[in-house]
Design a protein around this ligand. Structure first.
Ligand SMILES: [Cu+2]
Length: 271
């Protein structure tokens, strides 16, 4: 009886897991996390329903039983719940590990190589991409704002990071004085910003648009205003933005006056 019920529950679970569709998401990271969340939900929901059903059935069935006798030994029931638990845990472990080992979630397990040149060695602890087309951005969190440095393009920008769509981007995150944390929830990105070290996150965003970045580590009076924007554009708009930034950086003072500007204020949109 218990075995049959478990078999039906198991079949239901497998059926629901197979029915999981890949969700459309803004970034690869977000897609990986969302799919894992869904897979686990599709396993957890039928299990919760099964357990609650048995619980309510037992309460109703034995409501007038004044002389209960405990079950002494039921070999098949014990084997069933041990196996069912093992299968569920193996599924959860395997599904989670698959996501954790993705080079977008753990870049250090991916195609990272040793820092070779001086510029890369300056990024202590950063994971440097093998792919020469990948874009690297040093993200410097400070009280209270964000500086985005594009070392290859010799560009730095305050509170706005423009990146091209569908391209691998490595954000090397650090902080100037105290702990901060980079958090772009819509892109599935979150990483600590620690002075003196670089924590790398890797992403590729498929949808153009503006994505809000928050500081998610309490860092003082300006913490709640510590926003930035990741703006995802097509390749030519990206090149235009880099040129504009280079021109802006050359004039000097205009750039530093941006340091305290909140990203909520309008930024010039490249054509
Ligand atoms: Cu902060």
């Amino acid at each position: 009886m218990g075995l049959r019920r478990a078999t039906v529950g198991g079949a239901l679970t497998v059926g629901l897991v197979i029915a999981v569709e890949p969700a459309a998401a803004q970034s690869i990271n977000r897609a990986l996390i969302r799919n894992l969340n869904r897979q686990l939900l599709y396993v957890a929901a039928p299990l919760a329903i099964l357990v609650e059903t048995i619980l309510f059935y037992a309460v109703w069935r034995y409501r007038d039983n004044n002389d209960p006798t405990p079950t002494k030994e039921n070999r098949s029931l014990e084997i069933t719940w041990t196996l069912a638990t093992a299968i569920v845990l193996l599924f959860v472990g395997f599904a989670s590990f698959n996501v954790l080992l993705s080079p977008y979630i753990s870049p250090s397990y991916g195609d990272a190589s040793v820092q070779s040149n001086a510029a890369e060695q300056a990024l202590q602890g950063a994971v440097i991409p093998d792919d020469p087309d990948a874009i690297e951005v040093e993200v410097i969190a400070y009280r209270w704002g964000w500086e985005f440095v594009y070392p290859e393009a010799n560009v730095s920008a305050q509170n706005t990071s423009v990146i091209p769509e569908g391209t691998d981007v490595y954000y090397h995150i650090t902080a100037r004085e105290v702990l901060h944390a980079f958090h772009a929830p819509e892109l599935g990105l979150k990483q600590d910003a620690i002075p003196g070290q670089h924590n790398t996150i890797r992403t590729s965003v498929g949808e153009t648009g503006e994505y809000r970045v928050y500081c998610s580590e309490y860092c003082g009076a300006g913490h709640s205003r510590m926003y930035a924007t990741v703006r995802v554009v097509n390749q030519s708009s990206y090149e235009t933005w880099l040129d504009e930034q280079r021109a802006g950086n050359a004039t000097g003072p205009t750039n530093s006056s941006n340091a305290t500007t909140s990203s909520r204020q309008a930024q010039p949109v490249p054509p």
